[in-house]
Design a protein around this ligand. Structure first.
Ligand code: BGC
Length: 420
C-alpha cells in the first residue's frame, strides 16, 4: 500500500497516513466497444429505457496507462476498476488469452502507477450468452460465474490486492427485475427477490474462487446503502412498507454476510436519501418539494452516509467506501458534496467505525447506464467529441489536497490552499 506523494498527513489530520484515497470506474462505463454484453444489446434496443449507446465510452481500454498516471498525479493512492467478463469469456467456457493478457497489462500498469487496486469481478454487465441462457435465473448461474472467477483468480489473482466480487447486487436485482430499467428489463417482485439471493450466492462463490488462485487477494462484497425513509411517516402502512424495503435492499445483504465465504471486508456505496411510498407506481416518492437534487434527481444527505456506515459496521467487517459522488455540471456542488460526505465519514470514524479508504465515484465523466452521457459524476471531464482529452475539474484538486494532507481544512474549496 502506498501513501500519496508528499503526503505524510500532518498532526491533527482527520485521516491516517495509510488511508486509501482514490476513485472508481467500471469497465462498461469507460472502456468503450464492449459489444458482447447484455448492456450493449439493451442500449441498442429502442424499446428499452436506455437513451443512447455506450459506443467508445471514454476509450479507457486504450488509455488506461495515461489515466492511471493522471490519477496518481492527482494524489490518489488507490483505484477501483472492473474486469469485463464478456471479453474474458466471450463464449461459454471459452476464455480469451488476449483479453486476460490485456487485463494483466492493465493491472500491472495500475500497480506500477502506485495505485492499490480494487478489482470488481461483476459490475452490472454479463456476457450476451450468459443473458441468453437465463442470466441470474438460470439454474447453474452461480456455477458458471464461479468458473469465470476461478479463471480470473488463476490468471490475475496475483495482481488483485482487493477484489470486489459483485457490484451492488441490490441494484442489479431492483433495477433489472423489479423496476425494469436495467437489463433484462423485468418487472416481477418474486424474481426481484430471487435474483438478490442468487447474487449473494454468487458473491460467496467468488470469495471461494479467489482463494484457489494466485496471490493473496482480499475479497469483499460492495453494496449500495441508501438511507431509506417512509415518504408519509404518519402512515403506518407506509412505515411498514419502508421497513420491508429496507429488509430487502439493506438487511438481506448485511445480515446475510455470514459464514466462511462472507469475505474479508465490506464495500459501502452511498449516494442519497430515498423516500419509500407504496402508493407511488415506482415505490419511491420524489424528494419533497424544495429539495435540491442532482442531475439524477437524487437528494444528497451527508448524515445518511454516517448512519449507513454505522449500519455497515454492524457486520464487524472493516469498511472501504467503494463509491460516493454526485452527478452535476456545477463542479462547486461536487466540492460541497465531497467535503460534506468526507466530514460525515470522518465523524463515523471518530465514533468508532473502522473505515480504511474512500474511492470517489467517479474518476471520469462516463457512461451512466440508461441515462447515457448526460450525468457528470467525474472529478475529471472527458472531451468525447474531440480526441478524448482528460480535463481535471477544480474538485479533482480539492480531492488531491485532502488526500495528500488527510485534512478537510487543507483546501479553499477551489483546489488551492486555504486563505491564511
Ligand atoms: C453504480 C455505478 C453508477 C453509480 C451512479 C452505482 O449504482 O455502481 O456504476 O454509475 O452508482 O449511478
Amino acid at each position: 500500500m502506498t501513501t500519496p506523494e508528499g503526503g505524510a498527513p500532518e498532526s491533527g489530520a482527520e485521516f491516517p497516513a495509510d488511508f486509501l484515497w482514490g476513485s472508481a470506474t467500471a469497465a462498461h462505463q469507460v472502456e468503450g466497444g464492449n459489444v458482447n454484453n447484455d448492456w450493449w444489446e439493451y442500449e441498442h434496443d429502442p424499446s428499452t429505457a436506455a437513451i443512447e449507446s455506450s459506443g467508445d465510452a471514454i476509450d479507457h481500454y486504450h488509455r488506461y496507462a495515461d489515466d492511471f498516471a493522471l490519477l496518481r498525479s492527482l494524489g490518489h493512492n488507490a483505484h477501483r476498476l472492473s474486469l469485463e467478463w464478456s471479453r474474458i469469456e466471450p463464449a461459454p467456457g471459452e476464455f480469451s488469452a488476449a483479453a486476460l493478457a490485456h487485463y494483466r497489462r492493465v493491472l500491472g500498469a495500475l500497480a506500477d502507477a502506485g495505485l492499490t487496486g480494487f478489482v470488481t469481478l461483476h459490475h452490472f454487465t454479463v456476457p450476451r450468452w450468459f443473458a441468453a441462457r437465463g442470466g441470474w435465473l438460470a439454474p447453474d448461474a452461480v456455477e458458471v460465474f464461479e468458473r469465470y472467477c476461478a479463471r480470473v483468480a488463476a490468471e490475475l489473482g496475483d495482481l488483485m490486492p482487493f477484489v470486489c466480487t459483485v457490484n451492488e447486487p441490490q441494484m442489479v436485482a431492483l433495477h433489472g427485475y423489479l423496476e425494469g430499467r436495467y437489463p433484462p428489463g423485468v418487472t416481477n417482485a418474486a424474481l426481484w427477490k430471487r435474483v438478490g439471493r442468487v447474487l449473494l450466492e454468487a458473491h460467496r462463490s467468488a470469495v471461494r474462487a479467489m482463494r484457489t488462485g494466485a496471490g493473496e487477494s482480499s475479497a469483499g462484497l460492495v453494496v449500495q446503502l441508501p438511507l431509506l425513509a417512509p415518504a408519509r411517516p404518519d402512515d403506518e402502512s407506509c412505515q411498514a412498507f419502508c421497513r420491508a424495503m429496507r429488509e430487502e435492499i439493506v438487511d438481506l445483504y448485511l445480515d446475510g454476510l455470514a459464514g466462511p465465504d462472507r469475505g474479508a471486508w465490506l464495500g459501502v456505496q452511498y449516494y442519497r436519501k430515498q423516500w419509500v411510498d407504496p402508493a407511488c407506481p415506482t415505490l419511491f416518492a420524489p424528494p419533497p418539494p424544495g429539495t435540491r437534487t442532482s442531475q439524477m434527481g437524487w437528494a444528497a444527505h451527508p448524515d445518511g452516509f454516517r448512519q449507513m456506515l454505522h449500519r455497515a459496521s454492524e457486520t464487524g467487517l472493516p469498511l472501504y467506501v467503494t463509491e460516493n459522488g454526485v452527478a452535476t455540471e456545477d463542479d462547486a456542488e461536487r466540492v460541497g458534496y465531497l467535503i460534506s460526505h468526507l466530514a460525515a465519514l470522518a465523524r463515523a470514524r471518530r465514533e468508532g467505525a473502522d473505515i480504511r479508504g474512500y474511492l470517489h465515484w467517479s474518476a471520469f465523466d462516463n457512461f451512466e447506464w440508461s441515462a447515457g452521457y448526460g450525468p457528470k459524476f467525474g472529478l475529471v471531464a472527458v472531451e468525447r467529441d474531440s480526441g478524448f482529452a482528460r480535463v481535471p475539474k477544480p474538485s479533482a484538486y480539492v480531492f488531491e489536497r485532502i488526500a495528500r494532507t488527510g485534512r478537510l481544512d487543507s483546501t479553499d474549496g477551489r483546489g488551492g490552499a486555504p486563505a491564511p
